[in-house]
Design a protein around this ligand. Structure first.
Ligand code: TXA
Ligand code: MG
Length: 335
């Protein structure tokens, strides 16, 4: 059984002691929980891959206490560019990951053998405290089993790693943002957004000018952006509001993630079929929707229904576009 503990001086000391001993520690960030290991300890990094069941070609994000630690310990000498500095000044600490040339001293396992490295300075006070006390970069993927929905609470982490004895999980509450950080590749010119997140491409362009949109068809640049990722175990489908009630009628046992407001038709259908239909209301505001999404998908999964019907959110730029990216992956491959 994992050990879920609140964040205080003592649990932080325990976490740092474990990181120094090469053991993994799960910790909160403002996006999702991470499964951290000392980035300079090869065996510790290996352990994270094994625990997650993560493909070896999918590199990890290195978490740092500040931009200085990124420039001096993670990124190759001289590779901390003006663009990196400008983005860090504007968005760090926060949900933005920068891909830059890696320092040769880093173990190759931390970057899956690539010559580039992803680095991020998280804003969550628990993550900040941990990184500050540890004083060195922490390699951390999201703290879920590979391919599963990312965790936004300590309980989600504990559920995915229930069989891992004595895994320390620092409990920092529910994650504010709720979807993974935006990842931008600064080694290409112009820079390219690899994974959309709560920091939007429009915001990035305000700081560094031209930024290319994610290339949906190619996952080579960033293996973690594979289709059918962040997925519940139950097949999930995206359905327009206009056809939602009809879809509910046609399905067997289903869970419906319906967007709040004007839900009368959906609710009355669910009421009529309450032995086989469950409704989970979703916020209509994108920030709140993102915060709720992964816990809603996990709750929906727990019903072990035949299908999860997800009402298609507004087709709008900004955060809704990033939410669409995650929904597309969650529903990929479901007939
Ligand atoms: O919000 C987040 O980013 C969370 C928290 C824990 O910080 N972490 C996270 O890690 O989502 P993970 O491992 O689930 O996703 C890391 C993403 C993957 O898509 C991976 O392929 C990409 O970052 N990545 C890592 N290193 C890269 C590199 N050198 N070049 C391109 N993509 C990279
Ligand atoms: Mg992940």
């Amino acid at each position: 059984m994992p050990r879920v503990v609140p964040i205080h001086a003592e649990s932080l000391l325990d976490a740092v002691r474990r990181l120094r001993a090469g053991q993994p520690v799960a910790f909160p960030t403002e996006t999702v929980y991470g499964l951290g290991a000392d980035a300079f300890n090869v065996e510790a990094v290996e352990r994270v891959y094994v625990l997650k069941g993560r493909p070896r070609d999918n590199p990890l994000i290195l978490h740092v206490a500040d931009a200085r630690m990124a420039a001096e310990r993670v990124v190759a000498a001289g590779a901390w560019s003006d663009r990196a500095a400008a983005l860090a000044r504007r968005f760090w600490p926060g949900p933005l990951t920068l891909v830059l040339l890696r320092r040769p001293e880093l173990p190759p396992q931390a970057t899956a053998g690539r010559n580039t490295v992803a680095v991020r300075c998280p804003a969550h006070p628990g993550a900040q405290a941990l990184l500050g006390m540890f004083g060195s970069p922490v390699a951390a993927p999201s703290a879920n089993r590979s391919g599963h929905v990312s965790p936004t609470t300590a309980a989600h982490v504990a559920a995915d790693f229930a069989s891992v004895d004595d895994l320390l999980i620092l409990d920092g509450g529910s994650c504010e943002v709720g979807i993974e950080s935006s990842v931008v590749d600064l080694t290409s010119d112009p820079p390219r957004l690899l994974r959309p997140g709560s920091i939007t491409i429009e915001q990035l362009r305000e700081v560094i000018g031209h930024v290319q949109s994610p290339r949906i068809e190619s996952q080579d640049a960033s293996p973690g952006t594979a289709e059918r990722h962040y997925a519940p175990r139950t097949p999930a489908k995206l359905v327009d509001r206009e056809t939602l009630v009809e879809a509910m009628r046609r399905q067997g046992r289903c869970v419906v993630l319906a967007i709040e407001g004007d839900m009368a038709a959906v609710c009355s259908q669910a009421e009529a079929d309450r032995d086989r239909v469950t409704t989970i209301p979703m916020p209509a505001v994108p920030e709140k929707y993102a915060r709720r999404l992964y816990s809603a998908l996990r709750e929906a999964d727990a019903f072990e229904a035949d299908v999860i019907l997800i009402e298609r959110p507004p087709d709008e730029p900004g955060l809704w576009a990033s939410i669409h990216d995650r929904l597309r992956r969650a529903t990929h491959g479901a007939a």
